[in-house]
Design a protein around this ligand. Structure first.
Ligand code: GSH
Length: 201
C-alpha cells in the first residue's frame, strides 16, 4: 500500500493520527497541495476529485476519502477498535463523526478557503461566504460543547474515529484563526485529546 497525503492538511492529519493509533506504517508520498501538485493529470488519475489523502491498495486500486481509508485500515488492523464494536456503538460513532464533518469540518474548511483565498488559483472565493461559514462553525461548536459537558469523548466513553475528526478540525480552525475553543468543555477536551502521542505536534 502507498499513501498520498499532505501532512500539514487537516484531512492528511486525520489519517496520520489514525495510522499512529493503529501502529501501522505506510510508505508515503507528500503531495504539495499548496503548490497545486494535486491538480495534475497524474494525481487526478489517482483521485478525480483532486484531493488528498489517497491510499493506493496492493491491487492498484485507489481509495480516497479519509473515513473510507480509515475504515479499510480498521478492517486490516482491528486493534485498537476506533469505529465501534456492535451496531449501536458503530451507529453512534458514525453519527458524531458525520456531525463533526458536516456541521464543523466543512464549515471550517469553507471559512479558511474563502477568507484566506489560498486556493484562489483553483476556485472562486467569496469572503462573505467565508464569514457566514465561520459563524455557522461557531454555532455548531456549541452542540459539541454541550455533548462534552457530560462525556469524556465525543461519541461515548472511549476514544474513536469521531474524536480524530473533531480534534483535527478544532486544531485546524485554531491554526487558521478561527477559535472554536472559547467554551470550557470543548477547550479541555481539545487539550486532553490532542495530548495523545498519536497527535504529535
Ligand atoms: N472529503 C475528503 C476531503 C479531502 C480534502 O478536502 N482534502 C484537502 C486537504 S485537507 C485537499 O486535498 N485540498 C486540495 C485542494 O483543495 O486543492 C476527505 O475526507 O478526505
Amino acid at each position: 500500500m502507498h499513501l498520498y497525503t499532505f501532512s500539514a492538511s487537516p484531512n492528511g492529519k486525520r489519517v496520520e493520527v489514525f495510522l499512529k493509533e493503529k501502529n501501522i506504517q505506510l510508505e508515503t508520498t507528500e503531495i504539495d497541495i499548496m503548490a497545486g501538485e494535486n491538480l495534475s493529470d497524474d494525481f487526478r488519475s489517482r483521485n478525480p476529485m483532486a484531493r488528498i489523502p489517497v491510499l493506493k491498495l496492493d491491487s492498484g486500486e485507489m481509495l480516497a476519502e479519509s473515513i473510507a481509508i480509515c475504515r479499510f485500515l480498521e478492517g486490516l488492523e482491528a486493534e485498537p477498535n476506533l469505529f465501534g464494536l456492535d451496531s449501536k456503538e458503530q451507529a453512534l460513532i458514525e453519527m458524531w463523526n458525520r456531525r463533526a464533518e458536516i456541521n464543523l469540518f466543512l464549515r471550517v474548511a469553507d471559512a479558511f478557503r474563502n477568507n484566506s483565498g489560498v486556493f484562489k488559483d483553483r476556485e472562486v472565493v467569496c469572503p462573505e461566504w467565508g464569514a457566514i461559514s465561520a459563524d455557522a462553525a461557531r454555532e455548531a461548536a456549541l452542540i459539541f460543547e454541550q455533548q462534552l459537558s457530560d462525556s469524556e469523548f465525543i461519541a461515548g466513553d472511549r476514544y474513536t474515529i469521531a474524536d480524530i475528526t473533531l480534534t483535527c478540525c478544532l486544531t485546524f480552525a485554531r491554526n487558521t484563526g478561527l477559535d472554536l475553543l472559547e467554551t470550557q468543555h470543548l477547550a479541555d477536551y481539545h487539550e486532553r485529546v490532542r495530548s495523545r502521542p498519536s497527535f504529535g505536534k
